[in-house]
Design a protein around this ligand. Structure first.
Ligand code: FPP
Length: 248
């Protein structure tokens, strides 16, 4: 068996000045990973949390200031009830367990999505974690939970339309900046790189507006196996690309 290097420092074949400032991840393949191991699906989610913790630490070590992950989509309510309940309890448990470390690691955590529909006890942990880490500045960690890109766009439309109807705004006031200030992600930079694990070539209703110019990297690797070596590969691929933003 070959021993993988730990990659604590930024690998020397990456250009520090051209790293993505914000990486978004669709963490797919937990269920398949568990199935391959002959384990129940929930074990895949459990292992997925370890992978996520390690990626967050890696972003910090390598100087990437923002990481956003898709933890639960508005469509995920359609999964078997026991899996949904497991995930909700898992989020809550992880938040409770990791909050102290997130504070000491200077991680600022933020949840985006329709949070009001989540279990009340989870909402409490979410509010506490956001409040306790709000002044942290080492890395911005955003967790999309009960999130849907279309729903985000609709709620922004409604909020702006109400202000226009009340006479607080005119249609001419609606600029990109005003629009963005009504999204769940207000104040966050747009992702430069979207990573999707487990091979699917879709963005699945994730950050539809924000992803306009993101580079997309899809790997066959299942999320629980996505380690620093895999992240390194994604960043090498990203740095090979020429980002033109519609220009020549
Ligand atoms: C997709 O794999 C994964 C999820 C829907 C859940 C991801 C959640 C975590 C890794 C936990 C994150 C925890 C916190 C606190 C942020 P899948 O079940 O769709 O896998 P499959 O496609 O192989 O079935």
């Amino acid at each position: 068996m070959t021993v993988k290097p730990i990659l604590k420092e930024l690998p020397t074949d990456l250009d520090k000045s051209r790293l993505p400032r914000h990486v978004a991840v669709i963490m797919d393949g937990n269920g398949r990973w568990a199935k391959n191991q002959g384990k129940p699906r929930i074990m895949g989610h459990q292992k997925g949390v370890d992978t996520l913790k390690e990626l967050l630490r890696c972003c910090k070590d390598w100087g990437i200031p923002a990481l956003t992950v898709y933890a639960f989509s508005t469509e995920n309510w359609g999964r078997p009830l026991e899996e949904v309940e497991f995930l909700m309890t898992l989020f809550e448990r992880v938040l409770r367990r990791e909050l102290e470390e997130m504070c000491s690691e200077k991680i600022k955590i933020r949840f985006v999505g329709n949070l009001e529909a989540l279990p009340k006890t989870l909402q409490t942990e979410i509010a506490r974690s956001m409040e306790d880490t709000k002044d942290n500045q080492d890395i911005e960690f955003t967790v999309a939970t009960n999130y849907g890109g279309r729903q985000e766009i609709l709620q922004a439309c409604r909020a702006i339309a109400s202000k226009v109807a009340e006479g607080k705004l005119t249609p001419e006031d609606i600029t990109e900046e005003l629009w963005e200030s009504h999204l769940y992600t207000a104040g966050l930079t747009h992702p430069d790189l979207l990573i999707r694990t487990s091979g699917e070539m879709r963005i699945s209703n994730f950050l539809l507006w924000q992803m306009a110019y993101a580079e997309i990297y899809v790997t066959e690797t299942l999320w629980p196996d996505f380690d620093r070596q895999e992240f390194h590969k994604a960043l090498i691929d990203y740095q090979r690309r020429e980002r033109r933003f519609g220009k020549v």
